[in-house]
Design a protein around this ligand. Structure first.
Ligand SMILES: Cc1cc2nc3c(=O)[nH]c(=O)nc-3n(C[C@H](O)[C@H](O)[C@H](O)COP(=O)(O)O)c2cc1C
Length: 145
């Protein structure tokens, strides 16, 4: 059981802690280039990258799913889509034959849009939406796998 995820501001890390307790192996992906520090620049740059489906260059990570029947992908929502570093993961890893779940964490809006986006890419996947789990820790109870 594997949880592979990205987190820019810590919500994904809170989810990772919960997944670790459930017995999942944790794999965090990181971009080679750092995101800007200011929220405004982050939203501008990240929002743009996510909307155009940009694939960030990632630091080396293990792309093998050997030994994992079940894979959970953790992604922040950026501009109603997956955070752009996830586009690279989805290009690099073939999830076919795996029990696949997406845990999406978002600020507020665009949740349904992001869910439709994922369902289009992976019709068989289960999608769980969480609202800012770092702030609202009770959201973690929605993780039923
Ligand atoms: C570039 C950018 C774009 C975002 N776009 C959305 C959005 O469209 N809808 C939304 O509900 N939240 C949006 N957010 C908020 C994040 O999805 C939310 O804070 C998430 O929990 C962040 O996860 P993290 O802390 O693991 O990085 C955006 C955040 C960033 C940085």
């Amino acid at each position: 059981m594997l949880f592979i995820y990205y987190s820019l501001s810590g919500n994904g890390d809170v989810v990772a802690e919960a997944m670790k307790e459930k017995g999942y192996e944790i794999r965090k992906i990181e971009t080679v280039k750092k995101m800007p520090e200011s929220m405004f620049s982050r939203i501008m740059q990240g929002g743009f990258k996510a909307s155009v489906g940009y694939k960030d260059k990632l630091k080396d990570y293990d792309k093998s799913l050997d030994g994992h029947d079940e894979v959970v992908v953790g992604a922040p929502i950026w501009a109603g889509k997956l955070a752009s570093p996830l586009n690279t993961v989805l290009r690099d890893i073939d999830f076919s034959g795996k029990k696949l779940t997406f845990i999406l964490y978002a600020g507020s809006g665009e949740g349904p849009k992001a869910e439709r986006y994922v369902k289009k890419l992976y019709p068989e996947a289960k999608v769980i939406m969480l609202k800012e789990p770092k702030v609202f820790t009770s959201e973690l109870e929605k993780i039923v796998l």
